[in-house]
Design a protein around this ligand. Structure first.
Ligand code: HXC
Length: 515
């Protein structure tokens, strides 16, 4: 055979492999709103930037008639491409081929592209759509998962790892996404669970649908396993592209700087956002939009533990991670879930050189038997740990309340914030005036002729003395008390001046965070 014949043989082989599971299986996917694995990759990466590898990999399994089955690409597509011009390694499981199930060679393709990503120091995107371990391949499938989990862990904090759940992600398959940085899900398409409805019915007799057990909303609202929720695959891909624009390719780089843009101050006026009554709530996302470039904010875990808001924005063109208490939900308290959410995000930003901007307005940690028994001590400690070990620039603005443990935890100077600013409305104290007065003046209040009147007086006395930023400022715990409309200017300056910040921590193998 000459080159011409060899080339035509290559094209024939490629056509064969590119068919995936065939027209019928593809139609079944399309009928439920799913794109094919290749279409998904092409929709995420820049046009004409995708290069596929290992198209001709085949499984070598023999049992259960597997030796008679041709599984194109062994059910997974792997390759490299660019997003907004930046390189990425990417793989997508192909459900049309044996349900995207993971056999040994399928796993080898994934681990090979993971090794590339780690060696070349570029982000890794994994699109999951699979029935889990390929049952016919037995322990080799389990071995494949183990190899993936190990690499996910090695790559953690070195390169960004993004998981996209676009179909079933069942059994052991869930643990790779769980080990990665961000999990994207799509309504009615994503389904994630360790044991499915049938097993649950058999083992404990509970009836539940796949959607109710592990659908997109469940993982965004209830479990917190997913970070970004979309109504369609297209919307999901545009979220991925947005996220990638805020983060660096690897932990040795900084995120790309964008041209600076002013916030949309006609729409978001800081002076109008905060209500005059300190007890009234407001949406802290309006404050974020009032200080960030173009008022753009990419919120992570928007539907989970909504009493804290975390996400990415730019200030003067520079990517920042924002952590903000949300007075609109449970007065912005820290509890088990919001502590987990904040701590993980803080660690992400620290690992990838993204400065942290913290906006504080909270009455403290949430009291209650449920919280105590759910381990609020352990979970709450994660926030202290994450802020304390973070060495990126840390800038804190106390908007209103900063009481008790909440004051310390939300990136105070004591956890080595570089700058702490407070608005004139800030109240910084061990606890709120009502609680404080009831404790320290209890005897006086109880023995008074008119206890309510005395209580009111004492609350006012306490408020006048402590519920302001000046006591903390007098000790130097606040660097500057600023007018709200000076916030962006102060943040820009603080970020500029901290650009070369370098801190070395005591030598250790690693710390032991309160996981
Ligand atoms: C081999 C599989 C498979 C699997 C699906 N298929 N899952 N083949 N191993 N795990 C095959 C089916 O046989 C079928 O092949 C094709 O993929 C499409 O599957 P369907 O069932 O027809 O599709 P659908 O009705 O959409 O249902 C999808 C599903 C279901 C819900 C994912 O297939 C399912 O429940 N699969 C098993 C899920 C599971 O229990 N996985 C856990 C494995 S144990 P044909 O040839 O008919 O087209 C595990 C532990 C790992 O993962 C632990 C690591 C730590």
């Amino acid at each position: 055979m000459g080159l011409k014949e060899k080339s035509s043989d290559l094209r024939r082989r490629m056509r064969n492999a590119l068919k995936g599971g065939g027209d019928k299986a593809i139609e079944k996917q399309k009928a439920i709103g799913k794109l094919t694995a290749r279409e998904r990759i092409l929709a995420i990466v820049d046009t004409k930037s995708f290069y596929e590898y290992d198209l001709f990999v085949e499984h070598a399994a023999k049992d259960f008639d597997m030796d008679k089955k041709y599984l194109p690409g062994d059910g997974v597509i792997t390759g490299t491409g660019t997003i907004n011009g930046h390189p990425v390694c990417i793989y997508a499981q192909d459900f049309t081929v044996a349900g995207g199930s993971l056999g040994w060679m399928h796993a080898k393709k994934i681990t090979k592209i993971m090794d590339h990503a780690l060696k070349l120091k570029v982000p890794l995107i994994g699109i999951n759509d699979s029935g889990g371990a390929r049952i016919q391949e037995g322990v080799n499938s389990l071995a494949g998962y183990g190899e993936i989990f190990f690499r996910n862990t090695l790559a953690s904090g070195v390169i960004p790892q993004i998981s996209v759940i676009l179909g079933p992600c069942a059994g052991g398959a869930v643990y790779s996404p769980a080990l990665t940085d961000f999990v994207f899900v799509v309504d009615k398409i994503s389904k994630m669970f360790i044991t499915g409805p049938e097993v649950i019915k058999t083992v404990i007799g509970e009836d539940i649908s796949m959607e109710e057990l592990g659908g997109a909303r469940v993982h965004c609202e209830t479990t917190g396993n997913a970070h970004f929720y979309a109504e369609s695959e297209e919307m999901c891909f545009s979220q991925i592209k947005q996220l990638v624009s805020y983060i660096p390719w690897n932990n040795a780089r900084k995120a790309e700087r964008f041209p600076k843009k002013p916030p949309k101050t006609r729409q978001y006026k800081l002076d109008d956002i905060l209500p005059s009554d300190p007890k009234h709530p407001y949406d802290v996302r309006d404050v974020i939009r009032a200080i960030c470039d173009d008022s753009e904010f990419l919120e992570s875990q928007e539907l989970f533990a909504q009493n804290i808001v975390v996400g990415f924005a730019r200030i003067d063109g520079q990517s920042v991670g924002i952590v903000a208490n949300q007075p609109l939900v449970m007065a912005g308290v820290l509890d088990v879930d919001s502590s987990d959410k904040a701590a993980r995000f803080i660690r992400y930003c620290d690992a990838f050189n993204i400065p942290l901007v913290t906006l504080v307005d909270l009455p403290g940690y949430l009291p209650g038997v449920d919280q105590e028994h759910a381990g609020v001590i352990r979970h709450g400690a994660k926030v202290l740990y994450a802020y304390s070990e973070a060495t990126v620039p840390k800038i804190t603005v106390i908007l209103r309340k900063a009481y008790g443990g909440g004051y310390i935890a939300m990136c105070s100077h004591h956890l080595r914030a570089d700058f702490v600013f407070a608005w004139p409305l800030a109240e910084i104290a061990v606890m709120g005036p009502e609680g404080a007065a009831n404790i320290i003046f209890r005897k006086e209040i109880m023995s008074a002729e008119k206890p309510d009147k005395v209580r009111e007086q004492k609350v006012e006395e306490y408020r006048a003395k402590f519920a302001n930023p000046y006591v903390a400022a007098a000790f130097g715990y606040i660097d500057a008390v600023i007018e709200p409309d000076e916030t962006r200017k102060m943040l820009i300056h603080a970020l500029d001046i901290s650009a070369e910040k370098k801190i070395s921590m005591p030598p250790k193998k690693h710390g032991i965070p309160p996981f």
